[in-house]
Design a protein around this ligand. Structure first.
Ligand SMILES: O=C(O)CCC(=O)C(=O)O
Length: 254
C-alpha cells in the first residue's frame, strides 16, 4: 500500500478503504472470537450494550442471529483488545489522524438477513464531540457486502463540514440522524462495497448511513474507534447529549 496515496484519499474524501488488510488466518481467528463474544453477549442481553433486531419480540432476544449491535465488545475479549491496539490498525490510524491514536473501543454491528432497519445519515462526531474532529472509525468487514447488503455509504468530502443539526432517530443503536442533508451534488454519495478482510476508515465528521440488507446473508461489521491524542472531548456537550438521550433510542456512545 502506498501510504501517501492512501492518506491523500482520506484527506480528500473523508474515507478510504484498505483492501485485503486482514489476511485469511487472522480473519478466521477474529471471526471465531467475535462469534463467541456475541454469543455470550446475546445470553446476557445487557441493556445499553446489546441490541436485538426486534427488541419487541421476546422469543428472538436470545438468538445470536438476531443481534443487531454489541458495543464495547473489547471489554469481553483480550484478543480483541490486543487487536484494537495492534500496529496493523494503529499505524494506518496514525497516518490518517496525523496524531497519536488513542483507542476508544470496538462496536459490532450486524445487519441480519432481510433486515429493514437503516442507520440514518449522521456524523459520528455528533455524539463523540471531539475538538478538533481528529477521530475516525476503522470498520472491518467480517462479511462481503455489496450495495444490496446494507453497506456503509459516505457523502464524499462532507468531513470538511462542521457538525450539522441532528435529531433523535428512533433507531435502536443509532441515536441521532441528520435533520437536513447538505447538497449532494457537492458531496455525492459513495456506496462502499467491501470484501471480507477490507477495512474502511471514515472520518468522525463524514456524513454516512447504512440501508436495509436485502440479501439472505448477514452483514457484520467490526468498528474500531480512535481519536488523536491532541483532540479533546467536550465534556459539557457529552453531558447534555446523555441527558437528551434519556428516554430516546440508545446510542453508539453506550
Ligand atoms: O455498520 C453499520 O451499519 C453502521 C456503521 C456506522 O454508522 C459507523 O461506524 O459509524
Amino acid at each position: 500500500m502506498n501510504i501517501a496515496v492512501f492518506s491523500e484519499e482520506y484527506r480528500t474524501s473523508g474515507f478510504v478503504v484498505a483492501r485485503g488488510l486482514f489476511e485469511a488466518d487472522l480473519l478466521r481467528n477474529i471471526t471465531a472470537e467475535v462469534e463467541q463474544v456475541v454469543h455470550d453477549a446475546a445470553a446476557t442481553a445487557e441493556h445499553g450494550r446489546v441490541y436485538f433486531d426486534d427488541e419487541a419480540a421476546p422469543d428472538t432476544r436470545q438468538a445470536v442471529s438476531a443481534v443487531r449491535c454489541v458495543f464495547r465488545i473489547q471489554e469481553q475479549s483480550v484478543f480483541l483488545r490486543e487487536l484494537l491496539h495492534s500496529p496493523l490498525i494503529l499505524d494506518l490510524a496514525r497516518s490518517l489522524l496525523d496524531d497519536e491514536p488513542v483507542a476508544d473501543g470496538i462496536q459490532y454491528i450486524d445487519k441480519p438477513p432481510r433486515t429493514t432497519y437503516e442507520f440514518p445519515y449522521h456524523q459520528d462526531n455528533a455524539y463523540m464531540f471531539y475538538d478538533p474532529p481528529r477521530a475516525l472509525v476503522a470498520t472491518l468487514a467480517l462479511d462481503a457486502q455489496r450495495a444490496t447488503g446494507g453497506p456503509i455509504a459516505c457523502l464524499r468530502g462532507s468531513h470538511v463540514l462542521d457538525i450539522l443539526q441532528h435529531a433523535p432517530s428512533g433507531v435502536q443503536g443509532a441515536s441521532r440522524g441528520l435533520v437536513e442533508l447538505p447538497d449532494t451534488a457537492t458531496y455525492p454519495e459513495a456506496v462502499v462495497e467491501m470484501d471480507v478482510g477490507d477495512m474502511l476508515f471514515h472520518h468522525a465528521n463524514v456524513i454516512h448511513r447504512t440501508g436495509p440488507n436485502r440479501t439472505n446473508s448477514h452483514r457484520r461489521n467490526l468498528g474500531f474507534i480512535y481519536h488523536g491524542i491532541g483532540a479533546k472531548q467536550d465534556a459539557q456537550a457529552i453531558a447534555d447529549y446523555k441527558r437528551d438521550l434519556a428516554g430516546s433510542a440508545p446510542s453508539k456512545s453506550n
